[in-house]
Design a protein around this ligand. Structure first.
Ligand SMILES: NC(=O)c1ccc[n+]([C@@H]2O[C@H](COP(=O)([O-])OP(=O)(O)OC[C@H]3O[C@@H](n4cnc5c(N)ncnc54)[C@H](OP(=O)(O)O)[C@@H]3O)[C@@H](O)[C@H]2O)c1
Length: 331
């Protein structure tokens, strides 16, 4: 490999994890508004699995496709029109503008770059940047959680949820978590869930009713999709909100407006890029997130760090639901 080439994951067709290949590619010329970042750590996000399987649809022209929306590294080249950044700066890219991160290097618009404070390691940044910004938006932008609210966090040990649970508790909410398997109860409790319901035990609604004295919760945060969506509405108190933001168990095909008439319920399907629309917002939100990590309020959970060359195993770890917190790739 010479200095004009680097390695990146490419997929030529949709399918199982094995469609991901580590290939040598050449750098494109750097545009004046871009920087080149030599990546050290890359966060895995579930949407990459959905894209890989073709669940969101793909045009053949998009191949070869390189996944990745969350990366950390150092700036190694700067375009002629870029101000305010220096070679050697530690930076993180997430939440808009970050693509093709399953790579040893990326060239991105300087306006997508967030500087990384010394207090946050590369590994932690790759584990929490996008997921933490999502958790923040879910709690503060999508539907502001207030002290005294009771919220239900599905899949409470997942990458987003494990941050969301800690942050919700910090905001003064009572957090009830669900997990798919008993082995995850301790991690969900440690993340701030006052009660943890195990969904494999059967319908969690009866258990939730017992815990809330039949009152239900103000907000359900649902990253699971197909498995839980219908019951999520049954978990709500009057005028409560289902926030469906993911589909790890399968894509939600339909939501019936009649479900909302049970007690004037709300339903929303937020996307992070509609809440973080520019780099000032991204930097400000990241500063809030990093501040909570520095204060020890959010404790990052890293399931495993694996070399980029083992991306197949890393995806399999996520898909088999064995990860607690984030899986991170190292270049
Ligand atoms: N809308 C947005 O802008 C946005 C932004 C970020 C993330 N997301 C989405 O949010 C969701 C959660 O992201 P994440 O990074 O937190 O995901 P994650 O950590 O990979 O998974 C979250 C949880 O999903 C549960 N799960 C249920 N069925 C599963 C299955 N068949 N395969 C794998 N996991 C399954 C697992 O919990 P249990 O075993 O406890 O059930 C797992 O811990 C994803 O769908 C992601 O795409 C959306």
């Amino acid at each position: 490999m010479n200095s004009q080439t680097f390695r990146r994951i490419q997929i030529q067709r949709t399918g199982p994890a094995q469609v991901m290949e580590l290939n040598n590619v050449e750098f494109e010329p750097l545009n004046p508004d871009e920087v080149r970042v030599r990546l050290t750590r890359i966060g895995i996000n579930f949407s990459e699995i959905n894209f890989r399987w073709g669940r969101y649809g793909f045009a053949p022209a998009q191949f070869p496709y390189t996944p990745g929306i969350e990366g950390v590294g150092r700036i190694e080249a700067i375009g002629s029109e870029v101000d305010g950044l220096t070679i050697g700066d530690r930076v993180v890219m997430a939440a808009g503008g970050a693509n093709q991160m399953y790579s040893e290097a990326v060239q991105v618009k300087a306006t997508t770059i967030v500087p990384l404070p010394d207090t946050i390691s590369d590994e932690v940044a790759a584990a929490i940047a996008l997921k933490g910004l999502m958790a923040r938006s879910l709690l503060l932008d999508v539907r502001r959680v207030a002290p005294g609210d009771t919220v239900l966090v599905h899949g409470a040990t997942g990458g987003v949820s494990i941050i969301l649970a800690q942050w919700a508790k910090h905001l003064g909410a009572t957090v009830i978590g669900t997990v798919g398997h008993r082995s995850k109860v301790a991690a969900a409790s440690a993340a701030g869930c006052e009660t943890v319901l195990v969904r494999e035990d059967g319908h969690f609604i009866e258990a939730l009713n017992r815990v809330t004295d039949n009152k239900g919760v103000a907000v359900v945060y649902d990253p699971l999709g197909a498995e839980t969506i219908q019951e999520s509405f049954l978990a709500l108190q009057r005028r409560g909100t289902v926030v469906s933001y993911g589909n790890t168990s399968g894509i939600v095909k339909a939501v019936d407006p009649l479900w909302l008439t049970r007690s004037s319920l709300y339903f929303t399907r937020p996307m992070l890029h509609d809440f973080i629309t520019n780099n000032d917002q991204r930097r400000a939100s990241a500063a809030e997130l990093f501040g909570l990590v520095e204060a020890g309020i959010i404790k990052p959970a890293i399931a495993e760090v694996m070399p980029l060359a083992r991306v197949v195993q890393a995806h399999e770890l996520v898909e088999t639901r064995r990860a607690i917190g984030a899986v991170v790739l190292a270049t």
